[in-house]
Design a protein. Structure first.
Length: 604
């Protein structure tokens, strides 16, 4: 198969269907996507079918007030750039070796990722070494993946070489993707198979050290198709709008793999640009009909707090197809606040789609549909602590959980975390998954792969993924309640830290919503044996406020005892930005616990 760039197709190369002759206008429709589960086959297909149409765009904001500058590649151009990268890789890296992507968000990142796939090289999506607060994660991933090549661009090349030298990594080829010479000659690419490993998706390290999940072409294409079906995305009318980092599983799916499989254009922004001014995200959503986008739960609360009324009035969100809420626990209050705040901009409640996913299942594992409004249930906390889901009136003292729906093409089971036995509807246990989107295990760790990917369930066929997450099924739909490792066990009862965090931020209005973390430590009184700690970041605008820590602790302690029946040992209000985060921007409960033990927090 030659590497030379494909020529952008003419309309004559597209299939003309007689049924598309309407009112004297001839409409050319592309052939449907190929059935073979290879990402490269889909890219090649769209380059042939709709090569002159926009494939991927990066929106840059050179000034704070800028409306955005678009830099785009067509499908033909994207395919040509990917093949150009591949032609340089095949001379430097053997098939099956790894190439680390150490470059900023943008079209070059997309070209580099797809170029790795064309060359049969396993991509390792990462970030430049000058990204604040991520060097430890980067070092751990590079040590584990042992890349033969570091792919970067001109803006990051010096930092990459300097970092590799200082970190003591073996000499690796450094490839500047935006400085490549034209392809030389008709070299051939290796023949790819659906079960070949396409990339390593490293976990963010929110609960453990980074681990690389081996994602095959089949895994990626299967999960992309599941997402396309779940959200009703159509090639002719969908635009993906994303700002999640491309090294994050959700960002990679939303901005690269799903558009490549579905043949619809992708619009990207830099995460920092959106955090600086979140209205940029919603303005771009307003520009593209049929938009699908995704963000963690905290980002929706962030928009409510940071986007002022005058800016909300200029938005047009009635044409948005789906807003996926995932990557962390989805809070019913967040969904309600966001929908209410932007209702006047035309946002339909059903647009908001609570979801659940994890890198071990490529990314998407369950989601609500954009065809009906999201729903939540109020569960009795006492029964929940015993592993049973009992619905109580919403005006009582129940804990509200958002329903995360289901996903076609997979099987979900709930099992006892200790015995592995199957549990019935309404019983809380470990979430287990089976399907073509489940990854191939952890890179360089066969023992961990066996423990999490290779376990069966009594009475069920085949192997099932152990997610480590706790949840329950209710009428066939999934409700996620927390992580098994994060459970707070008091007096023999299970309590979920997310519930305690929501309680604290609901009664303390001066703390940063979504920036509250609860955990327990194995020292305490003789009765419970556990000490419950809550850390809460102060809102930046409240830094000058005067408050009594004793008084607010009393308020939080009373609310937690009333709603959950346990005693809060300590509440610490810390300075804005103090809570450590993972490489994907989520609060790291594990690191917060360590920082607390080592007394590293700066109190507000």
């Amino acid at each position: 198969m030659p590497i030379e760039p494909l020529v952008a197709p003419t309309e004559e190369r597209c299939r003309l269907r007689s049924s598309n002759y309407m009112g004297g206008v001839i409409v050319f429709l592309p052939d449907p996507a190929p059935a073979i589960p290879l990402l490269t086959s889909h890219l090649e297909h769209w380059a042939v079918q709709i090569g002159g149409r926009r494939a991927v765009s990066m929106v840059e904001f050179p000034t704070y007030e800028s409306a955005g500058v678009f830099r785009s590649l067509t499908w033909g151009g994207l395919d040509a750039r990917a093949r150009q990268v591949a032609s340089h890789l095949v001379d430097r890296v053997d098939p099956g070796q790894r190439a680390a992507l150490l470059l900023p968000q943008g079209t070059d990142y997309v070209s580099a990722f797809l170029g790795c796939l064309y060359a049969g090289v396993i991509a390792v999506p990462l970030f430049p070494p000058d990204s604040p607060g991520r060097v430890d994660h980067l070092s751990a991933v590079l040590k584990d993946s042992e890349p033969a090549c570091l792919i970067t661009d001109r803006t990051s090349a010096d930092a990459v070489r300097d970092y590799a030298h200082r970190a003591g990594f073996p000499a690796s080829e450094v490839l500047q993707v935006d400085s490549l010479a034209p392809s030389q000659g008709p070299a051939s690419l290796i023949e790819l198979k659906p079960d070949d490993i396409a990339y390593l998706q490293y976990t963010s390290g929110s609960t453990r050290s980074p681990a690389g999940v081996m994602i095959s072409h089949r895994n990626a294409v299967t999960n992309a198709r599941q997402a396309i079906e779940a959200y009703g995305l159509e090639q002719s009318s969908t635009n993906s709008v994303g700002w999640m980092p491309l090294f994050h599983d959700m960002g990679l799916m939303l901005s690269i793999t799903a558009p490549v499989v579905g043949g619809f254009p992708s619009v990207m922004m830099d995460p920092v640009a959106v955090m600086q001014k979140p209205v940029r995200w919603l303005r771009i959503l307003s520009q593209f009909p049929g938009a699908v986008s995704a963000a963690p739960n905290f980002a929706y609360d962030y928009c409510v707090r940071r986007i002022h009324e005058q800016h909300r009035r200029e938005l047009r969100l009635d044409r948005v197809r789906a807003l996926v809420n995932g990557s962390e626990m989805v809070l019913a209050g967040t969904v309600r606040r966001f929908n209410n705040a932007f209702a006047e901009a035309g946002l339909k409640p059903e647009t908001h789609c609570p979801s659940y996913g994890l890198a071990e299942a490529t990314v998407l594992a369950s989601t609500d549909s954009p065809n009906h409004e999201p729903c939540s249930v109020s569960l009795d906390p006492e029964e929940l602590s015993l592993g049973k889901a009992v619905v109580v009136p919403t005006n009582g003292h129940g804990v509200r959980y958002t329903v995360c729906g289901n996903l076609g093409g997979q099987r979900v089971r709930i099992t006892d975390p200790e015995t592995g036995s199957l549990l019935g509807d309404g019983q809380v246990g470990e979430i287990r998954l089976q399907g073509g989107h489940v990854g191939n295990g952890y890179w360089n760790d066969p023992e961990k792969t066996r423990r999490f990917f290779g376990q069966g369930i009594s009475g069920e066929h085949g192997e099932w993924l152990r997610t480590g997450d706790l949840g329950l099924l209710m009428d066939g739909e999934l409700i996620v309640v927390g992580r098994q490792k994060d459970l707070i066990v008091m007096d023999g009862r299970n309590h979920y830290p997310e519930d305690l965090e929501e309680t604290v931020q609901s009664v303390l209005g001066f703390v940063h919503r979504g920036h509250v973390v609860a955990f327990s430590l194995p020292w305490g009184d003789a009765i419970s044996g556990e000490t419950v700690i809550v850390l809460a970041e102060l809102l930046a605008e409240n830094q000058e406020s005067v408050y009594s820590l004793e008084a607010v602790t009393r308020i939080a302690r009373s609310a937690i005892y009333e709603r959950h029946g346990i005693r809060l040992s300590e509440l610490h209000v810390v300075a804005p930005g103090s809570l450590p985060r993972t490489s994907s921007g989520k609060i790291s409960r594990f690191k917060c616990r360590d920082h607390y033990i080592e007394d590293q927090f700066r109190l507000a």
